[in-house]
Design a protein around this ligand. Structure first.
Ligand SMILES: [Zn+2]
Length: 338
């Protein structure tokens, strides 16, 4: 039976997701950008224009759905997402969630944690945004976004994991995560499962920050899915070069993990705040950090390495669907070495 998926324009069947990019950002701002509004004011029209252009580029590669992984406090704007979705005629799924302690805005819920109310409040927020809608818009979140730090899941972050698992148990909503520099993958999986999440409905993200195959196998051992979702990011945020992540990916595909891997770019199509000025060397490293990169540059390399069209279809169409609508346990494709 198909699951219902909340998109920013309303519910759809998981059967209709089609080819899906599982972790992108139409807009993103590191918290603090709001204070720089004098020199970096929000230009809604430009946000929609840039978003539509990105959506159209993705559509030209057959993409039907984009999951926008922007946390609530990093400039999530679901009405702009809805306008992009309508204008570009592409399905967008938005998130409910908070970013990791180091780069998010932890002051708000840490204050409330000191008062002893944070955990219940985070639970209510996730639950309300999924079942009723976000800030009076009627737009409902389709995934829960969770995040942890480099080499640690802080007490602050653990509250969100616990609430996310609880809300998933009640609503079936998939959890997508941020690992910092690809660390804490197995620990995130363990924590989520111990809090009652269904590992098949969990996507451990930014795992391509780590190119050690054994580390991936240790994460996959928890029955979760892993996302190589930062293709094109090189030279910042601790990301490895594409060649290294591609080699690791090919290794895992060759070992039979095709049904547990998702791919995306973590693009930021519009930076909130002042426009970025990137050093020239970084511009070169990031030249392929765009929403067409996987299709234009990486998939041809996968084909050369013997990855089949069927595997590519599984990764982009079947696996996202399965996050919302997992197969019964017995049929679930496990890590069966081929
Ligand atoms: Zn992201």
């Amino acid at each position: 039976m198909a699951a219902t998926v909340n998109t920013v324009t309303g519910p759809i069947s998981s059967e209709d997701l089609g080819k899906t990019l599982v972790h992108e950002h139409f807009m993103f701002g590191y918290p603090g950008y709001q204070g720089d509004a004098t020199l970096g004011p929000f230009d809604r029209e430009e946000a929609v224009r840039v978003g539509v252009a990105a959506a159209e580029r993705a559509k030209s590669h057959g993409v039907k759905t984009i999951i926008d992984a922007t946390p609530n406090e990093c400039g999530r704007n679901v009405e702009v997402l809805r306008e992009i979705s309508e204008r570009a005629e592409i399905q967008i799924v938005c998130s409910t969630g908070y970013y990791y302690e180091g780069e998010g805005a932890p002051a708000y819920f840490n204050f409330r944690r000191a008062l002893g109310t944070a955990e219940e409040e985070i639970y209510e927020m996730f639950s309300r945004e999924i079942t009723e809608g976000i800030a009076g818009t009627g737009i409902r979140a389709g995934v829960i976004k969770l995040a942890s730090s480099k080499d640690a899941i802080t007490d602050y972050e653990a509250m969100f994991f616990s609430c996310g698992a609880r809300v998933q148990k009640e609503t079936g909503t998939p959890i997508i995560t941020h690992t910092q520099e690809g660390t804490m993958g197995p620990e995130q999986a363990e924590l989520l499962v111990s809090e009652g999440a269904d590992p098949r409905r969990c996507q451990i993200g930014h795992m391509d920050g780590n190119t050690d195959v054994v580390y991936h196998m240790n994460t996959l051992a928890h029955e979760v899915n892993v996302a190589f979702d930062r293709f094109g990011i090189q030279g910042i945020v601790g990301a490895p070069m594409d060649e290294a992540r591609t080699a690791c990916l090919i290794g895992l595909l060759g070992m039979g993990y095709t049904e547990r891997i998702l791919l995306s770019h973590d693009t930021v199509n519009l930076w909130l705040g002042r426009p970025l000025r990137m050093p020239e060397q970084l511009q070169r490293l990031l030249a392929n950090w765009h929403i067409g990169h996987l299709f234009e540059n990486i998939i041809p390399k996968l084909r050369q390495a013997g990855v089949t069209e069927e595997q590519i279809e599984t990764i982009f169409v079947e696996n996202p669907k399965r996050l919302f609508d997992p197969l019964p346990v017995r049929e679930a494709a496990g890590a069966t070495p081929s």
